[in-house]
Write a protein that binds this ligand. Sequence first.
Ligand code: SF4
Length: 338
Amino acid sequence: MDFYPDRVIFEQDALEYPLGKSLWESFKRADIEVIVTRSHNRITGIPGKNPQEAYREAKRTLVFGVRRTLTFQTCKPSAHYQLPLTTSCPGKCEYCYLLGSLPNKPYIRAYVNIEEILEKARDYIVQRQPEVTIFEGSATSDPVPVEKYTGALAKTILFFAIQDFSRFRFATKFTEIDSLLILKHNGHTTVRFSVNTTRIIKSFEHGTPKLEQRLKAARKVIEAGYPTGFIIAPIIAYPGWETDYIDLLKAIRESLPDSQVLSFEFITHRFTVRAKNRIKTLFPNTVLPMNEENRKFKFGQFGYGKYVYAPQLMHRLKETLVSKTEELFPGAKIDYFV
Ligand code: SF4
């Protein structure tokens, strides 16, 4: 599932950086539309006669820019700070957690000033030491698909490998991780694979690798000695969910070495009215269950409300998944279930 964009846009200033320059040269040689723009925040030239087309075209557009805002956002509960390496991703998951925060044309943006971003991370680490500061690399994107162009994850992993007071973590649904396997990571980077039942992946996670491919990649990452985990999200309580989610846990167990201590994060499906409207616009034929009547309304931390599963169902989901995880993965770390 290698990502090849249809068009590449360079912010003018990105060409002043060695990475920007070399990417420019290699894309100019390729048979691909290459455009230069003044600012990576004001991108024009992505076609699309309607919102669905604009969305699809944006997902085939790769923008290289300079990250100027070097104030990192906080990132609870998985880390202290977001580490902004890329934004958006070529996948087209109907329930993407970024749908609400990205523009109508969620083009993929990668930064060429990775060294400056990491220097800023160093400032945050120094400020908090001797506390250990954790950075999350996938708060604004899935960072793996563009790794072959930027090498940003590799640079970041090597940077954190020599930090005594910091750790890095990122999550992915993608599988092009071979370039990361040979790195001296020192166990300071945790890689988590986002997985779901085969039925859910097929129905809603368009343009992403299959479960078996993700599990194969997870095995490679484990064999390379990385702390590894799984994010099971979103957990959807469709008819037959018990059997399917138990089968998912069994598939993880069967595909991985016994000895590995894994971490697990569980996130049940939830939606806001805004996200529901956006999903219905972008995927008019969606069958994603979003019926408010079956849900419990809950105020979120930013003041807007979200619809979560009713307490009884939530309890059954948690009971089923957590107890099966504990049975199949003794000693596993269950980070949270929400
Ligand atoms: S892979 Fe992740 S970031 Fe990409 S579309 Fe799917 S949910 Fe969004």
